[in-house]
Design a protein around this ligand. Structure first.
Ligand code: ATP
Length: 515
């Protein structure tokens, strides 16, 4: 099935099974804003716990923070967001559709990459085990021609971004023959800059309201609390501050479901280090973060690092962790070496000394910062798209398909469903008793409607790792059938062993031990 079709199915599945709803749906929706349903919120909370605990529990020199969304407007002047938090936009005059110029060019680059990968895949099939991919990429004329096109475009694109040269960005789009996917035409406007921050008014107009911004990142809340946390927590450098919270960006193009939203959630950790050591820490955090992703078991080939074409105004090194979504490799997390830019700017704009006295060096300095910044929603999309499977199975001798979300059990919204085989003979009461004994430790569901087969399918679609069936034998020997989501294997176990079996597989500890 084409990746686009899989993605469409995934979106429909998220709605049907209470994961993600379009915001304000009964009013025809609000573009690029989404709500999380009864299962979505549980998965989201588990993802946040996975991140939070891996930062705050596993590192004794990282502490948490929850800063407000509203902040003093000067913070955004100091951080550079008022002047430089822009995206280059371009309109197609025929379709009247708006695009990000940089994304149009990135998609063109991806096309060259795709062509090369197709050649490689074809040759790999032809040559089998004897295939030497490196050698093939170095010598095949079609791969080399596309690589040349890729490199030339990449160099030109990176230069245009770094020079902030909007005319050149437009020229690239024209020279590459990039067309609007809707109208198919090359009738483009000039490229303009567009600031992504939302603003609102604080205070009543009578008393002179001031314009404030909805934060476009959570990081600044950490920087302006640096002194508070360092002093009250008696933190010694190196140390980190972690925060999870909402961020808002008036994205020009909002496509790809929850990948690019106007209201979203970030998990950011700012790690404060001694000047001169930041690039070592940058490498360390790059590896730690990649391990965190890989520990989910979706396959190492689903991830890659992507170096930035253009460094942000505050950074001296930056890399993205990209995940292979159904629509290609895309950023889920950024790791940035932010130098002392933010703290120095706040020191200057606030007039407060923001420094650290390093007893080992016997001197004070403005700390350098390495940041890890990941979107909860993109992480959610990663988990859902890696977990979604359609499997051919036998059902009473007939071929059938089952849709199953193979979410890692520790992240699954519902851990177990308890089902009485029939709605009589005391079986529902036993099922309820089992839930009562397990509900303090696990999110349990009771399900008595439809045939057992249908109930299993419903739980597969939600991603519930364990189904527990209570039948007549249970009334005699206190055993139940446990059915495992991924293998569909069933086993008979004693009711009082359930807690142990389930906790072994759904514990965060098991994953943390791998990190
Ligand atoms: P992009 O290039 O995709 O616009 P970015 O480089 O601007 O992303 P950062 O500013 O580095 O993103 O933000 C850190 C993380 O926050 C991203 O890796 C992503 O996971 C998340 N994020 C950023 N913008 C959005 C958005 N509009 N919707 C959902 N998540 C987002």
């Amino acid at each position: 099935m084409a990746q686009e079709d899989i993605f469409k199915k995934l979106i429909a599945h998220c709605k049907e099974y209470g994961y993600v709803f379009q915001s304000s749906e009964i009013y025809d929706g609000l573009s690029a804003v989404y709500d999380y349903g009864q299962n979505g919120v549980e998965l989201k909370n588990n993802i946040k716990k996975y991140w939070w605990d891996s930062m705050v529990l596993l590192h004794e020199n990282i502490v948490g923070l929850d800063s407000a969304i509203f902040m003093h407007p000067t913070i955004w002047k100091a951080s550079g967001h008022v002047d430089a938090f822009n995206d280059p936009l371009i309109d197609n005059k025929d379709s009247k559709k708006r695009y990000r110029a940089d994304i149009l060019i990135e998609e063109q680059l991806a096309k060259f990459e795709e062509k090369m990968n197709k050649e490689v895949a074809k040759a790999a099939k032809r040559f089998g085990d004897a295939f030497d991919e490196k050698q093939f990429r170095k010598t095949n004329p079609r791969v080399l021609a596309n690589q040349k096109k890729y490199d030339e475009l990449h160099t030109r694109f990176a230069k245009a971004l770094n020079d902030n040269n909007l005319e050149e960005l437009k020229q690239i789009i024209i020279d590459q023959g990039i067309v609007c996917p809707v109208s198919g035409s090359r009738n483009w406007t000039d490229v303009r800059q567009f600031n992504l921050m939302f603003s609102t008014e604080m205070g009543s107009t009578a008393e002179g309201a001031s314009t404030i911004f909805l934060r476009p990142e959570t990081a600044q809340g950490i920087f302006v609390n640096y002194l508070n946390v360092q002093k009250t927590g008696r933190m010694k450098i190196p140390f980190g501050i972690a925060q999870i919270g909402k961020a808002f960006r008036n994205e020009i193009v909002a496509r790809q479901f929850i990948f690019r939203m106007r209201e979203f959630e970030q998990m950011e950790m700012q790690f404060f280090v001694r000047p001169g050591t930041e690039l070592n820490w940058f490498e360390k955090w790059k590896n730690i973060r990649m391990e965190w992703h890989r520990a989910l078991g979706f396959g190492d080939d689903k991830y890659r690092f992507h170096e930035h074409e253009k460094l942000a105004h505050y950074a001296n090194a930056a890399v993205d962790v990209e995940f292979k979504f159904p629509f290609g490799f895309k950023e889920v997390e950024g790791i940035h070496s932010r130098t002392d830019f933010d703290l120095s700017q706040h020191q200057q704009h606030s007039g407060k000394k923001i420094q650290y006295f390093d007893p080992e060096l016997n001197k004070s300095y403005v700390p350098y910062v390495v940041e890890t910044s990941i979107g909860v929603d993109r992480m959610f999309l990663q988990v859902i798209s890696a977990s979604y499977c359609e499997e051919e199975i036998e059902n009473n001798g007939k071929k059938d398909t089952r849709v199953v979300l193979k979410i890692p059990p520790f992240l699954a919204p519902v851990k177990l469903a308890v089902m009485p085989l029939v709605k009589k003979d005391g079986l529902p009461e036993i099922a309820r008793k089992i839930i009562d004994s397990l509900k303090f430790d696990f999110n349990c569901r009771y399900d008595e409607k439809d045939s057992i087969g249908k109930r299993y399918r419903r739980q597969d679609a939600i991603g519930t790792p364990f189904c527990v069936t209570v039948d007549h034998q249970t009334t005699e020997d206190n055993t139940v059938t446990v059915r495992y989501r991924d293998t569909m294997k069933q086993e008979r176990v004693a009711t009082d062993k359930l807690g142990e079996i389930i906790s072994r597989q759904v514990s965060f500890k098991g994953v943390f031990e791998k990190l």
